[in-house]
Design a protein around this ligand. Sequence first.
Ligand SMILES: *Cc1c(COP(=O)(O)O)cnc(C)c1O
Length: 362
Amino acid sequence: MTTAIQPQPGILDIALYQGGTAKIAGRDDAIKLSSNENPFGAGDLARQAYMRAGHELHRYPTTDHAALRAAIASRFGLDAGRIICGAGSDEVITFLCQAYAGPGDEVVYSQHGFLMYRISALAAGATPVVAPERDRTTDIDAILAACTDRTRLVFIANPNNPTGTMVPVSELERLADNLPAQALLVLDGAYAEYAEGYDGGAALADQRQNVVMTRTFSKLFGLGGLRVGWGYGPQHVIDVLSRVRGPFNLSTTQQDVAEAALSDDAHIARSLAENARMRAWLAERLNAIGVATDPSHANFVLARFRDAAQAEACNAALLADGLIVRKVDSYGLPECLRITIGDEAACRRVLYTITQFMERQA
Ligand SMILES: *Cc1c(COP(=O)(O)O)cnc(C)c1O
């Protein structure tokens, strides 16, 4: 480029985030299993709140999100004063990088970690640092080994996307205990609700000065299109993040619909139960036809093929049958396909297509 007008260093190193493919040309019956969305959509209470919100579109939203924070605090047993809400947890991740990492600072995440960590770190001018995983699972020793006196943030998605694997709370505790003093640990709990007996890191974020948890309404709560997420952590961190947050970052519609979704116990219970049932079913059936998966604690499975060519060929077979899953080469996993757990009909169609495909391979 020959212009003198240039962005900050790092910005041009950002590769644009590719969302899950949503359409197949020439088909209107495709099933989208590429973005880990709730196959049952938003619940009835959220839909009703959305309709009501239409009456208030001329009003500015609250700037403090008080009602939504109170509802989150009550549902998860947290302190409302230490919650910050964002336009998806992506925005909370952005706040963290903006507030804590700049030029010369390092942001650590794991090998197959969520791509937004790298994007947000580069956008803040910081240096992304990747720690290797062990068998597609976060390796706490490798994370600690990657830390230096320049490390400001460490991002761990637990369960991780796109692998679905997770590390136990005892390992997260060990990580928090051994981080350099200037580093903040961010536990991304986008899939926490799907992991049985896991609090998303809430207790750690509650007790430690160096741990923050992020959560979202995009997955279990079925509101990916609405863009609402939140963070929870020590008061000193929430006070900092609140300074970089735009006062009107969440519309009244976003706040009201998210609040309604939190109270929809029937929709939450059904979504969790069906996910657990079909996830176990799909993993077992895939395994039986020679397609390995790691134990998933989320709402997807990572199907592992012989090599990248076989994964690509299977992806083509799925597309030909109107099934859209996620290629994960950009996560360093070209031999894998990430398949969101759909409803039973969708899971059966996926299994049928992959079974036919594997029989042709034999
Ligand atoms: C989906 C996802 C999120 C959630 O993003 P939102 O901005 O809240 O929609 C966060 N982290 C990971 C690892 C995810 O997969």
